[in-house]
Design a protein around this ligand. Structure first.
Ligand code: FMN
Length: 319
């Protein structure tokens, strides 16, 4: 992709937010099967680890050709390892590089990575500059409003833009604010006229309609947690009504996860998604205990097909 990819992408841009443990290749494929126009970003991945050529990380980052354009999100603080990691991502065929400056995890912050970079604009800009000057791919940054308030947001964002970022995505909460604090988009509406690069908003968006309403003067939005068990959040038509209608995509999700990670790991990882997929189904509790014990694709099929039948009978009796 060219550096001006984000500028020319039709607006509003809609994307699946990067989420460790969720936005892996299989789930990204599922969301793009629902809406082929969304952009997706990988789970955050260590620049240090990638720069050493860690096979395990490369395997985790690997994506299916049908996913493109997909963006590799990397975190760290060392410009040299960022440049090497960028080369690895280029060779893997990613459409662009997304730099994580928002992760609040204790371990990440203690190493001065992720959101800790919000306390050090110079170091943050050095990273962006190093990556932007060493790749032809578009470079984006995902961050938060600030550490404890949004007072430094405009100067920080302008500095990141001047350092070479081609897009900025902002989770409209500070580092100090837990997820139940409402996102404060007004800071982003005030920031937008100060920037020449596209600005994507994120935080607590629950549907496409909700995103269109909250977009304001910005260029797009990412949806994160509202996609758990509900990739149809990216569909204008909304989610299918019955479990039986959802099942073909749930089965694909399982198959794609197994294709990427093998049957043992893939089945273990699909369990948390299955628990989300059955939310709202009558008597879901009874099925949860079976879903947390699935060990292979055949188990998933047996339990899900039982749920389809149960749900059908339940809905028929309701009618
Ligand atoms: C389980 C989980 C994992 C996350 N992992 C990442 C990550 O790897 N990189 C990142 O930039 N943000 C990560 N985030 C933050 C999300 O991208 C997003 O900014 C946040 O969830 C707010 O959006 P939402 O309310 O739509 O979920 C994560 C969030 C959650 C809940």
């Amino acid at each position: 992709m060219k550096k001006d990819f984000w500028k020319h992408l039709p607006k509003p841009i809609v994307g699946l937010a990067p989420m460790d443990g969720y936005s892996d290749s299989a789930f990204r494929r599922v969301c793009r099967a629902v809406n082929p126009n969304i952009v997706t970003v990988t789970e955050f991945t260590s620049a240090d680890g990638l720069s050493f050529g860690a096979e395990r990380l490369k395997q985790k980052l690997a994506f299916h050709p049908s996913e493109n354009p997909v963006f590799a999100q990397i975190f760290g603080k060392n410009t040299e390892t960022f440049i090497l990691a960028t080369k690895v991502c280029e060779d893997m065929g990613f459409a662009g590089i997304d730099i994580n400056m928002g992760c609040p995890a204790k371990k990440v912050v203690k190493s001065e990575h992720g959101v800790a970079l919000r306390k050090n604009t110079e170091a943050a800009c050095r990273l962006v500059e190093a990556v932007a000057n060493n790749t032809d791919l578009p470079v984006s940054v995902k961050t938060r409003l600030g550490w404890s308030d949004a007072s430094g947001l405009i100067p920080f964002s302008k500095a990141i833009q001047n350092a070479g970022a081609d897009m900025l995505c902002l989770h409209a909460r500070t580092y100090m604010e837990p997820y139940n604090v409402p996102a404060q988009f007004e800071h982003l509406y005030a920031l937008k006229p100060e920037l020449d690069i596209p600005l994507i908003i994120n935080g607590g968006i629950t549907s496409l309609q909700d995103g269109y309403q909250k977009l304001g003067n910005c260029d797009g939005f990412y949806i994160g947690q509202a996609s758990f068990g509900n990739p149809w959040v990216f569909s204008e038509a909304g989610a299918p009504k019955t479990f039986a209608e959802k099942y073909p995509l749930i089965l694909k999700h399982t198959q794609w996860l197994i294709e990427h990670k093998g049957e043992s790991v893939g089945t273990r990882e699909i369990r948390k998604h299955l628990l989300q997929y059955v939310k709202g189904i009558h008597n879901a509790k009874a099925f949860r205990s079976q879903l947390v014990h699935v060990k292979n694709l055949a188990d998933v099929k047996v339990v899900c097909e039982t749920i389809c039948e149960y749900d059908k009978v339940f809905l028929k009796n309701l009618a």
